[in-house]
Design a protein around this ligand. Structure first.
Ligand SMILES: Nc1nc2c(ncn2[C@@H]2O[C@H](COP(=O)(O)OP(=O)(O)OP(=O)(O)O)[C@@H](O)[C@H]2O)c(=O)[nH]1
Ligand SMILES: [Mg+2]
Length: 147
């Protein structure tokens, strides 16, 4: 593998749980305090996506990544990314909806939010709890980072 995937999204959106699911790691995720490099993934703290003060850090870190994964929590009634955010990155972005297993999940709503910020890119609905959608996402990302 040569490339890397950078994962961004709001606080508690399920980014680190998704990283663990991608690596079949059963341990629960703890709060991400700083950029975390693991194999072909760069996990980011949710604060970096919620606070525009950190956008420059995200943009700089994205230079180390082949693709940016924009995460939207299916249970959240809010989009934390500004409209057209994906266009600010030099590389491709892909969307991931997390927590589709949750009783409060609204996948359609989450997709609507992601479309505002992501454009036409592909979107993967996932659950780190049930692993729904995780094999598809893993295969897609591994293909990209191994190119
Ligand atoms: N129901 C459900 N809950 C999930 C899922 N993934 C994560 N969670 C829960 O969501 C909370 C936040 O998960 P994290 O993976 O730590 O979220 P994060 O985006 O890494 O958060 P920060 O590191 O603070 O930015 C935890 O309580 C998880 O148990 C999921 O697929 N389904
Ligand atoms: Mg985290």
């Amino acid at each position: 593998m040569t490339g890397r995937v950078m994962i961004i999204g709001a606080i508690e959106a399920g980014k680190s749980s998704l990283v663990k699911a991608l690596f079949n790691d059963e341990q629960p995720a703890r709060k991400t305090q700083a950029l975390e490099y693991r194999d072909w993934v760069i996990d980011t703290p949710g604060e970096y996506s919620e606070n525009p003060m950190f956008y420059r850090t995200l943009m700089a870190t994205s230079l180390e990544a082949t693709i940016v994964v924009m995460v939207q929590d299916a249970t959240r009634d809010r989009n934390y990314f500004p409209p057209g955010f994906a266009q600010g990155f030099p590389q491709a972005c892909v969307g991931v909806i997390t927590k589709v297993d949750h009783p409060d999940a609204d996948v359609q709503r989450a997709e609507g939010y992601l479309r505002q910020s992501l454009g036409d890119a592909r979107i993967f609905p996932t659950s780190s709890y049930t692993s729904e959608g995780v094999p598809e996402l893993r295969a897609y990302l591994q293909e990209i980072v191994s190119e």
